[in-house]
Design a protein around this ligand. Sequence first.
Ligand SMILES: O=P(O)(O)OC[C@H]1O[C@](O)(CO)[C@@H](O)[C@@H]1O
Ligand SMILES: O=C[C@H](O)[C@H](O)COP(=O)(O)O
Length: 954
Amino acid sequence: MTAYDAGTSDAANPLKQMARFGQSPWLDFIQRSYTESGRLKKLVEEDGLKGVTSNPSIFQKAMGHGTDYDPQIRQILEHQIVDAGTLYETLAIQDIRAAAKVLHPVYEQTAKVDGYVSLEVSPYLARDTDATIAEARRLWLAVGAPNLMIKIPGTDEGAPAVQAAIAAGINVNVTLLFSLNAYKKVVEAHIAGLEARLSRGESVKGIASVASFFVSRIDVKIDGEIDDRIAAGDRDATALKALRGKVAIANAKLAYEYWQTVVKSPRWQKLAQAGAMPQRLLWASTSTKDKTFSDVLYVDGLIGPETVNTIPPATFDDFRDHGRVIPTLTQDVAGAHAVIGEARRLGLDLDGVTRTLVDEGVRGFEEAFDALLGAIAAKQAAFLDHKLTTTTLNLPADLDTAVKAELETWRTQGNVRRLWSKDATLWTGRDEAGWLKWLSIVDDQLLDLAKFEEFQAEVKARGFRDALLLGMGGSSLGPEVLSVTFGRHEGFPHLYVLDSTDPQQIRDFQDRIDISRTLFIVSSKSGGTLEPNILKAYFFDQAKKVLGDKAGSHFITVTDPGSHMEDVAKKDGFWKIFYGNKQIGGRYSVLSDFGMVPAAIAGLPLKRLLDSALRGEKSCAASVPPAQNPGVVLGSVLGVAARSFGRDKVTLLASPAIYDMGAWLEQLLAESTGKDGRGLIPIDGETAGPASVYGKDRVFIYLRLSEKPCEKQDAAFKTLIAAGEPVVTIELHDRYQIAEEFFRWEFATAVAGSIIGINAFNQPDVEASKIETKKITTAYNETGRLPPYEPFAKDGAFAFYADHKNAAALKGDTAEAILKAHFARGRAGDYVALLAYIDRDTATREWLQQVRLSVRDGLKLATAAEFGPRFQHSTGQAYKGGPDTGVFVQITCDDDVNLPVPGEKYTFSIVKEAQARGDLEVLGERGRRALRVHIHGDLKAGLEKLAQAIRAAV
Ligand SMILES: O=P(O)(O)OC[C@H]1O[C@](O)(CO)[C@@H](O)[C@@H]1O
Ligand SMILES: O=C[C@H](O)[C@H](O)COP(=O)(O)O
């Protein structure tokens, strides 16, 4: 018979007889089906069961396997977006409440002495007093049962938490007690907690506490030491052997002896007179681990008044079957002293053992909790199925092993929790903590949903036909993804995003919009970025021509509080000002107002987007262990591949319908990680080729939209996987899941940054180009001319520029020869970046794409195809600050069109020129391999010729 189907009740039942000696049998076990089936109740009725204890291992056994909890998990997931920790807690609380209900009659019949059910605080908090106190209060309120006991570890940090909880009137079960000294501290904490209540004039009645003294684990350790010494031929072998299986019980008896002195003390008597209940000793860890001993050793051996023994089911059955009930606890106490004295004489390290046991106990419960949360997270992902994106890893064996090792390191070091608690030492220990508000921005935005929805209705009511967003990098790329991915929504304006100083491109956008029906969004976090400022100046001027002094009513801004742009917006009477959050950097801002405001304007279903983002957030939550945490898994692959395998080219390809995700990802990855000579180099949109065109420096990311995949891409990735290339396939089951991926990639980037060992939240090298640009535009404003700038070579329509060092390395008379010399400097593992400061339209994008593919296929190097100045606010950081593996070709042209910058002498054309010069200057200063090709005259013809020259050079 097992405790699962409880036995007969009769007077001879040893479990019932325990009461005669003042001991209460509790059950060290909880499980939903056990309570629901009535078996727990049967133990109460037939065996005199008086309480229940749980711990993380017990819950892990209950919930981590089987299907007991599946219906409730499914039901919760239907209505709520939660993390694994919340899910666990919801299930656990229901179990605890159900068990507390079954035990409630005992609680009443015994006048609050027994009838308790214990729930342990998170083991992750065992070393944190304040967090333990907060958790104890939270769980106490969440369960809301008078016969609940909160389990708090009796560690050095736990003892003050015990005191605080008792003082707050919470019933406490102090767990993980092994040594007399630790127990004494806990007794003191209990008394002090009650005294605090008395001194505040509060009642001490009805506050229950037990001190869980662990037994069998001590013997396991001590007996292990004994066995080792005997095996090593110890001369005290006989004496040592005589102690096997005795030390734990002796230790417990001494604890009980101490308890007896405490309850007799005047200090306790005072509390007792005020109605306080003593903190009883509870024998825990009472299943026999060493099968050569009696299976009821730790029950038989510790029976005595005013104590509890919490017994696991099998031992419970064994004791019912053949337990012997005699008051052993108070017998032969002198013998117990002798055993402990003998152990000390023989050099058995009881103090060391108990210290180790506390550490191991905490770690063991952490491990169990990790396993439990991992199992729940896996179940959750399986049940949510296509409501979440699906990730498949195809990694070469060595990378796979290294990633798994990294995930295990993250688990054992509690790094996911450290990340969520904003521990800057995960990166460089500097200002990182101040840049992590993006972790919780989705929750804030959901609370603010009404604000966005009202704004959305207002935009609709005003009947704008177009919306033009002016901004750079983090202020424009997220909105661009939303615009490109979701297109136009009926009744809402078409959202355009302009992030260029190329006059032709500005003109193109101007031609597309109807200013009288356009809403302009000036988007700049800092408010000081050159481009949004001058673009605002230009379009405001244009708007004034059409709208007169109503121009301001067609402008809004998204900017950080207190920024220059806020002042501009106020002065010019902008319709609205939306604020960013100062603790969110630009590239992490898409789920803040920087993305949500444009999303609202474009008429996107905001709740749907935010819910998707929330799923991303919850999947990456602090409670989700690394191996089940999609953000940590992805970040580990990227970080480990770059750090340990030289695979730092993150080659991003997405299904056509979501292709623009790559533009956003580029900035996130490059600007976050590309610094201190390290980092990830994103390679976006490079059409997949045969495995033979790739070096050994790639990790491939395939963002596959399963509702609209591309057969060619599928086939190409199949080939790459078959060739053993590392491929991460992320399937989005609908487009809105880009929001889930926004969060997940932010998290993954932070993780990768930690693994690479950089600060993932600054952009130290971007500023350098801005300074150089500023110098040039200032010089222009002062002199009306650009500073002189001489090419080192010319060939027909082409003029070549570089700093001295680069120029010296690039000897040649023809474009082909110069380019050849430049490309010849590329080595395996390098990349070539084409940086085109030209109008970004369909034709030039196609040109750039074809040329980059020729370069890749010719040189077998990774290629980046970028437009300036847009990339300066994105990948530019990594080009200057990341690994020195870039070979840069800057492409500039004469501008047919020029546009004025109101209030300045310089024009857009001058700004663009200054930006190109400034950036080349900085690349040169950093010793990077950089060459500029300027196309004089007709751009189209020049591009054709340049393509030929490049093809010939590779
Ligand atoms: O939103 P802001 O402050 O105008 O900055 C735009 C972009 O420029 C950068 O600061 C780089 O220059 C990016 O980090 C940022 O996303
Ligand atoms: O409170 C109960 C304890 O967590 C439990 O008894 C520990 O038992 P173990 O040592 O068998 O794991």
